[in-house]
Design a protein around this ligand. Structure first.
Ligand code: IPE
Ligand code: IPE
Ligand code: MG
Length: 285
């Protein structure tokens, strides 16, 4: 009947109005969010410029992958946290580029991590091999030189070693790099210092060097990494260095972040950089 038709028309009209109201609300929210994000960016840049330069060299102990994995995917899939952690590194590199950081050193695998169970170690090595080509492409695209810091290369499986060597060789010709990215893999700071001592001792034995000539500068020249980090960040709430850059970090500012590495966000990096800028560095003076 015409009465039923009229009611149906009214209903359709009402639903149509509701739909377009919902759409404009959604569009409005989207636009507001975009505006808010832009405003955040502007405020951040202004605050940054007012507060002085960023640290030249940032080092990160990327900790908490398995705890993140257990929480996100369930305890039996906790090792999937390692893949999430590897993806996070790509994002953090871009954030550092955007903030004018000149050097970034990250701890990816320690010499002590070889003591984890064989299955986990093998999965991590596969992860390195699988990611290396993509890391290489991104580094070359962005003008990043990548160096591998490795104190026990002989422990790496052949495929992992070849992939990491290739990554280093492919990015070595990057001219005037915008960022130097050092990745510590099968790295231990004590091993690095022992290795330097071994090299110096061998030079003494060959008569090229007198023991009395070994000073701090001579030791430093034999380290894998010479430039000291200004800021060391460790994620996942642990407050220790776990054998990372013991020599180089002698005067670094230490910042500990509660979040697990795969959950580390751009705001967390900004907070760490702000914290660094608030610190009064005295170097004993
Ligand atoms: C850091 O995450 C990555 C490596 C040490 C290889 P973990 O694997 O240490 O994860 P947690 O700290 O046990 O959560
Ligand atoms: C330090 O984390 C090494 C890396 C992040 C690669 P670990 O998880 O191995 O250190 P501990 O065992 O908590 O000291
Ligand atoms: Mg850990």
């Amino acid at each position: 009947t015409s009465g039923e038709n009229a009611a149906e028309n009214k209903k359709q009209l009402f639903l149509g109005r509701m739909r377009s109201a919902a759409w404009s609300a959604a569009l409005g929210t989207g636009a507001l969010l975009a505006l808010a994000a832009r405003a955040y960016g502007r405020r951040r840049r202004a605050a940054r410029d007012a507060a002085g330069p960023p640290p030249r060299h940032v080092a990160i102990i990327m900790d908490g992958n398995r705890r993140f994995g257990a929480r996100a995917f369930g305890p039996e899939r906790r090792l999937e946290g390692h893949a999430a952690g590897a993806r996070k590194l790509g994002e953090v590199v871009d954030w550092c580029l955007g903030r004018g950081v000149a050097e970034l050193t990250v701890f990816a695998f320690s010499t002590e991590n070889w003591d984890r169970d064989a299955g986990e170690v093998a999965a991590l090595m596969r992860e390195f091999v699988a990611r290396a080509a993509e890391v290489e492409r991104r580094c070359v695209e962005r003008g990043i030189r990548c160096r591998i810091l490795c104190t026990a290369p002989e422990r790496l499986p052949r495929a992992a070693r070849a992939a990491l060597d290739r990554l280093e060789a492919a990015t070595a010709p990057v001219p005037a790099p915008r960022l130097v990215l050092n990745i510590a893999v099968s790295y231990g700071a004590r091993g690095e210092i022992a290795r330097a001592a071994r090299t110096l001792a061998a030079r003494c034995a060959r008569g090229e060097l007198a023991a009395g000539e070994i000073d701090e500068a001579a030791v430093e020249r034999e380290l894998l990494l010479r430039s000291p980090p200004d800021l060391v960040v460790r994620t996942s709430g642990e407050r220790r260095l776990s054998n990372f850059l013991l020599w180089q970090a002698a005067y670094a500012e230490l910042v500990f972040v509660e979040k697990h590495w795969p959950a580390f966000a751009e705001r967390d990096l900004d907070a760490a950089l702000d914290e660094y800028r608030r610190r009064g560095r005295r170097f004993g003076r």
